[in-house]
Design a protein around this ligand. Structure first.
Ligand code: ADP
Length: 409
């Protein structure tokens, strides 16, 4: 079965074509800067076992044109891996916000489209682009089943005492103000891989999964289910991120607005795009911060200290939430690649049974492995995430179930 995974952002389309169940990537790529004259198209396609790379710069007017280019590349005699769009059996779409409506992956029909549209006020930056991606894919890959995989779905098991905010209940009941959580596909994927690594069923493991990428979040996983997570109503709270502030006192917003005369859009932009590592340390890419910190730059050092202190605080909090923790799981760009961040985040947690082995930690870069010291009670794992593969797996499962049900009827 050929499954195309599509992740549509406001000005980008990421795609990956899988042969399932072999989990083989036939092609993948990215269309960036959609809406500009110098859009970038990067396409990788499998040829004799290897992925070959093709890049070009060209104007791409909108998402429709972007996806049309993807389809042309996938079917091109030179750069393609299929002959016709109809060879794609299913398209799995990453959808950021599923609200309380979707606690699982779902086949897309008119009703589902309408619900994703209704949820736009909750995810004004993401859901419109996701919706556009689905609509265009339905036209271009018209014979394929379309499936939505929600970033929020994994967190729908969080209990009410953890997902509610301490504000009047009507805001929850009438306006949906609650913790939703994000990065669910990644937290779920690494939780399943961690269970395999530990030789247990996922229903039997308690984990603290740390997705540290540009965006960053921590999830407490109890018996394989999310029971708390650091992002909330939006992806803004929790850890310090590349450009997002993470947890702050909400009064700061009133102060910026009333005393400093800043408009709401300006504050929104500041907290989402100019804060975090960038705001404190001067770069949003952790590699740049690490380089400057090494050279003695004070702001970069402070940013590093704040970044890891916040991770440590969440680990401590989630040890309290879970009581028994089988493993910490580090994943995403920073979690998979930075021994220093992992060491700093775990420093001082020895009394909780968390201790890193320096040598193992240093060697663990971009591979699945464990890095705890022999005397550590908690295993400490590094597990590369693969959100696209998880979307393909879930899409395959839903499509197979749908065709089984059709046969039974
Ligand atoms: P996204 O959230 O965009 O998917 P990624 O998971 O790719 O992000 O993570 C991007 C982050 O990972 C960047 O801040 C980058 O600096 C960081 N990163 C990547 N490689 C390394 C490395 N070797 N050391 C430290 N940080 C790294």
């Amino acid at each position: 079965m050929k499954i195309l995974v599509i992740n549509t952002g406001s000005s980008s389309i990421k795609y990956q074509l899988f042969e399932m169940p072999e989990r083989k990537v036939l092609a993948k790529g990215l269309v960036e800067r959609i809406g500009h004259d110098d859009s970038q198209v990067t396409h990788q396609y499998r040829q004799e076992g290897e992925l070959e790379k093709h890049t070009r710069t060209m104007p791409v007017k909108d998402h429709r044109e972007g996806l049309q280019i993807v389809s042309t590349l996938l079917t091109s005699p030179e750069l393609g891996v299929i002959h016709d769009p109809s060879e794609v059996d299913a398209v799995g779409h990453r959808v950021v916000h599923g609200g309380e409506h979707f606690s699982a992956t779902t086949l897309i029909g008119d009703e589902v489209l309408e619900t994703i549209r209704r949820l736009i006020p909750l995810a004004p930056l993401h859901n419109p682009a996701n919706l556009r991606g689905i609509e265009v894919a339905m036209e271009i890959f018209s014979s394929a089943k379309q499936v939505a995989v929600f970033d929020t779905a994994f967190h729908q098991t969080i209990p009410e005492e953890a997902f509610r905010y301490a504000i009047p209940g009507s805001f929850y009941r009438e306006h949906g103000v609650r913790v939703y959580g994000f990065h669910g596909t990644s937290h779920l994927y690494v939780a399943k891989r961690a269970a395999e690594f530990l030789g247990k069923d996922v229903e039997d493991v308690n984990l603290i999964t740390l997705h540290l990428g540009n965006g960053a979040s921590v999830t407490a996983v109890k018996n394989g289910q999310s029971v708390d997570t650091s992002m909330g109503f939006s992806p803004l709270p929790g850890l310090m991120m590349g450009t997002r502030c993470g947890d702050i006192d909400p009064s700061i917003i009133f102060y910026m607005n009333r005393a400093l005369g800043m408009g709401m859009d300006e504050i929104d932009d500041l907290l989402n795009k100019k804060s975090g590592l960038l705001g404190v340390g001067g770069n949003n890419d952790l590699r740049d911060i690490l380089k400057r910190a090494e050279g003695g730059d004070k702001n970069a050092r402070l940013a590093l200290g704040m970044y890891t202190y916040r991770i440590k605080k969440y680990i401590g909090a989630y040890v309290a939430v879970l009581n028994r923790v089988d493993a910490l799981v580090f994943t995403a760009g920073v979690g998979e690649n930075s021994p220093l961040i992992r060491r700093m985040a775990c420093e001082g947690l020895e009394h909780m049974g968390i201790r890193v082995n320096e040598e193992r930690n240093r060697r663990a870069i971009g591979v699945m492995t464990e890095i705890q010291a022999a005397e550590s009670h908690v295993r400490i794992l590094v597990i590369p995430t693969d959100e696209e593969l998880e979307i393909a797996l879930q899409t395959g499962r839903i499509v197979a179930r749908a065709s089984r049900e059709k046969v039974e009827k």
